[in-house]
Design a protein around this ligand. Structure first.
Ligand code: SF4
Length: 87
């Protein structure tokens, strides 16, 4: 069987730097006027993502495709985990 190359989670292109995460978040604030969650809330959410089966090695949620570093910081976002959202 022929190898197809790295999976999405192993691809270099899916890994983003903290600077890019910050820039994407700022773009959402500027263009969509999103409000940020307080630091304690986003930290708690991120810890739940880190132990979730929906968390991918690329830093995205397999249920919504969002970067969890961004989704957890947006005040009005919720967790898309089926039936029992984690936050
Ligand atoms: S399902 Fe919820 S807790 Fe799990 S990775 Fe996605 S956003 Fe995070």
């Amino acid at each position: 069987m022929k190898r197809q190359g790295p999976c999405k989670d192993c691809s270099e292109t899916i890994h983003v730097t903290p600077e890019k995460i910050k820039a994407m978040l700022q773009m959402l604030i500027d263009s969509r006027h999103v409000e940020l969650a307080d630091e304690a809330t986003s930290t708690r959410r991120l810890a739940q993502c880190a132990s979730c089966t929906g968390y991918t090695l690329g830093g995205t949620c397999k249920y919504c495709g969002c970067f969890v570093q961004i989704r957890t910081k947006i005040k009005d976002k919720g967790c898309p985990y089926p039936l029992t959202p984690k936050w």
